[in-house]
Design a protein around this ligand. Structure first.
Ligand code: ZN
Length: 352
């Protein structure tokens, strides 16, 4: 078996944030030649990474090292950063979208607005990129920005990262904790969900509180999708999904992308990188058991999280394919997990 196949189409990466922090548009050239990080064009070729959801995310002014250090402890309860106003968020959003356009101009990605676009990109060997927003701080209550960004290629949106927005609340980083940590959608959040349905922008439920999850389930007519979350039954993280939530995702024919972040994989919840591939397989088994083989994929969180040592970069992804094969997954199931299920759910969400 060629372990660079089937190509992986992935639910979440933060390379736009990384390039924004490295200086924005001028830094995008590094993506083509190689970056000191998880995802770039040469590493993608090496590992068979075909593309995925490229998140636009407005960072809070927090000490990331201190946050990571706190999450190595056996229990933790990080406080949430302050909300970010639209006027402060929008320049950051524009900068990161400009980086995405620059990556396309350089030939590093193709921004995909339809599943046909994704299939064509995967077939041609160019990385397929979905313009995704993680946390809707950059969207105004009247949703005018949503319309403009949709025209610019936005096709997927999470109403919240973990900070509260005008649309709802996200879960704080807590272990152990249920995802039922706060309020659900606001009235503006319900309007956002309905407008996303009309525009057929995919709604991402990773990060949202359990109350928010059920509010989206009630108000949205689209498949329920969590791009980068794991099984709460295995890792009792606020960020992971309970079996009850998985049941709802199955009922609504959505899917879940496996998050590689070690704190969400490990049963002890600690942000420590010595995680064997077998722990990733435990989550995949649980997700497949509760969702079925057609509703599970990958959502690595590359360039946004500490990930297991064997798959630190996208060039390491052959180790994951090998682990799936050794675990007894057949060729058809591996193809579904690597990209087939994402294309299926996107087709249902966006239309053919
Ligand atoms: Zn995230």
């Amino acid at each position: 078996m060629d372990l660079r196949q089937p190509l992986i189409f992935d639910g979440h990466n933060d390379v736009l944030l990384k390039l924004y922090r490295a200086g924005g548009v001028p830094a995008a050239a590094g993506f083509m030649t190689g970056l000191d990080g998880a995802l770039d064009a040469p590493a993608a070729k090496e590992g068979g990474f075909g593309g995925g959801f490229f998140a636009v995310y407005v960072p809070s002014p927090v000490d990331l090292d201190a946050k990571m250090e706190e999450m190595t402890k056996p229990e933790y309860q990080l406080s949430l950063p302050d909300p970010i106003a639209w006027r402060d968020a929008i320049p950051v959003v524009m900068s990161q979208v400009a980086v995405l356009f620059e990556l396309e101009r350089l030939g590093g990605v193709k921004i995909c607005r339809s599943v046909a676009d994704i299939r064509a990109a995967l077939a041609s060997g160019i990385m397929a990129a979905i313009f995704h927003i993680e946390g809707a701080e950059g969207i105004d209550a009247d949703l005018n920005t949503l319309e403009v960004l949709y025209q610019a290629g936005l096709r997927s949106l999470g109403p919240v990262w973990s900070r509260p927005t005008i649309f709802g609340e996200g879960v704080p980083f807590r272990f152990p904790s249920s995802p039922d940590t706060g309020a659900g959608l606001t009235d503006a959040g319900v309007r956002l969900v309905k407008r996303c349905n009309q525009l057929r922008i995919m709604l991402d439920l990773s990060h949202i509180t359990e109350a928010g999850f059920w509010d989206v389930a009630r108000h949205s007519d689209a498949p329920l999708v969590a791009t980068h979350s794991n099984a709460h039954a295995i890792s009792a993280q606020s960020r992971n999904l309970t079996d009850k939530q998985l049941h709802a995702i199955r009922e609504r024919d959505g899917m879940v992308g496996l998050n590689f972040a070690v704190a969400f994989l490990r049963s002890d919840g600690r942000m420590l990188a010595d995680v064997p591939m077998s722990q990733m397989l435990r989550h995949l088994d649980h997700l497949i058991e509760h969702l079925g083989e057609d509703r599970v994929g990958l959502g690595s969180d590359y360039d946004g999280a500490v990930v297991p040592e064997e798959v630190t970069r996208v060039s390491g992804l052959p180790a994951l394919r090998a682990a799936m094969e050794q675990h007894g997954y057949g060729t058809a199931l591996i193809a579904k997990l690597c990209h087939g299920n994402w294309l299926r759910v996107l087709e249902k969400t966006w239309g053919a």
